[in-house]
Design a protein around this ligand. Structure first.
Ligand SMILES: Cc1cc2nc3c(=O)[nH]c(=O)nc-3n(C[C@H](O)[C@H](O)[C@H](O)COP(=O)(O)OP(=O)(O)OC[C@H]3O[C@@H](n4cnc5c(N)ncnc54)[C@H](O)[C@@H]3O)c2cc1C
Length: 357
């Protein structure tokens, strides 16, 4: 079929560049979509938990339900932080381009390609958050959740596809790892500088504020970097991506995604505190702490899996101990979960936003 010359996008023979870059935008938008639907799942579950009475009290007063609500709130808040941050990075970079220039399309494609890792990380984190939250929301609805008469059955069904289209979680993880290794190979950054991912540096902040999380987040980044360095040293960047070795790039991507979420949330809370120095930002800070705890747990788990493939015996024991030395003691989750869940119920299931704590 003949295409009019004026309808050609980019260079003839290089249409795949346009298609792949469009995918980056699609992933970024899906992250925002999933953050919004996650917040809806949270609000729906919180409202039901506050209203549903069992054993003479609302189920929201039970510790196990409070733990679910707190975890859901932290994950939704983190997904939204990641979506905001990714969109901010992409639109700031696109906004700096000269859109009238002849090479405008090429420049846009190059800019979008530069953020392929962030877009894929945001998509995976958003979609897995939405699916996790819809599952827990259904659990909070109990038997009613299984019935189409209540809203969560549809959320559960709708959320499932988000882990598949616009790039499955597996393909996105490989894409994240490839982008990280490309940055490494391209000499853009060298080990042991923080390349995982490159834009995850927390700026210097006042240590007395929410940025109490700065050092722990830096510890997470160091664990990820060490793992990446060890895997690259063992296999080299090219062989690390071999089909039968996908556990390594997959694990590295999972660690990068958790790190991206923990840092995006910490940065957001710092911005909130800086913008509203007199406001009560304690709920936002608690959500950032919970996000950190989750990221630390998942990163530790992935690190243990990958290290067990790289080391054995005493070497493995020492490598695992080195990971633990970089992690702070866990927060008192039982107290934190109760505090977050009660605050959430008081607010009608809504999360703090940028403008108001
Ligand atoms: C409701 C719906 C709407 C859709 N909308 C669109 C749309 O608008 N536009 C569009 O282009 N597509 C669309 N799709 C298609 C969707 O993008 C694909 O289903 C998706 O990319 C997965 O491809 P597949 O179904 O062929 O699965 P497969 O490629 O067969 O994958 C099966 C499994 O194997 C894994 N896998 C595959 N390859 C690898 C690998 N190299 N390494 C590790 N694991 C791998 C996958 O992650 C998955 O878990 C839609 C699909 C659905 C269900």
């Amino acid at each position: 079929m003949a295409i009019p010359v004026e309808n050609v996008l980019g260079e003839i023979g290089k249409g795949h560049r346009v298609a792949l870059c469009t995918l980056n935008l699609g992933r970024m938008k899906m992250a925002a979509n999933c953050a919004g639907t996650s917040k809806k799942a949270l609000a729906t579950a919180a409202a039901y938990a506050a209203e549903r009475q069992q054993f003479g009290r609302p189920i929201a007063s039970f510790g196990l339900i409070q733990a679910k609500l707190a975890e859901m709130a932290a994950r939704a808040y983190a997904a939204e932080s990641v979506a905001y941050r990714t969109a901010g990075l992409v639109y700031t970079a696109l906004g700096a381009l000269d859109h009238d220039a002849r090479e405008s399309l090429d420049a846009k494609l190059a800019t979008l390609a530069e953020f392929s890792a962030e877009c894929a990380m945001a998509k995976v984190f958003g979609s897995e958050t939405y699916h996790g939250l819809s599952d827990e929301a259904l659990q909070i609805f109990g038997g009613n959740g299984f019935s189409e008469d209540y809203p969560v059955a549809r959320m559960y069904r709708d959320s499932r596809i988000t882990r598949i289209y616009e790039g499955t979680s597996e393909i996105c993880r490989l894409s994240v790892a490839k982008a990280i290794l490309k940055r490494l190979d391209g000499g853009v950054l060298e080990l042991p500088r923080p390349i995982l991912p490159v834009r995850l540096e927390l700026p210097d902040v006042d240590p007395a504020r929410a940025s109490a999380l700065r050092a722990p987040v830096a510890g997470l980044r160091a664990i990820c970097l060490d793992l990446l360095a060890q895997a690259v040293a063992r296999f080299g960047t090219a062989r690390l991506l071999d089909d039968e070795r996908q556990a390594y790039p997959g694990g590295i991507a999972t660690m990068a995604i958790e790190l991206y979420a923990a840092e995006s949330t910490a940065l957001r809370v710092r911005k909130l505190e800086d913008g509203r120095p007199d406001a009560d930002t304690s709920l936002a800070a608690a959500l950032a702490r919970l996000t950190f705890e989750r990221a630390a747990g998942r990163i530790r788990q992935e690190a243990a899996t990958l290290l067990s493939g790289l080391h054995a015996g005493d070497d493995l024991r020492e490598a695992l101990a080195a990971v633990d030395r970089r992690l702070p003691l866990p927060a008192d989750r039982i107290a934190l979960d109760g505090r977050v869940a009660r605050a959430l119920i008081e607010r009608g299931g809504t999360l703090p936003d940028f403008a108001a704590a």
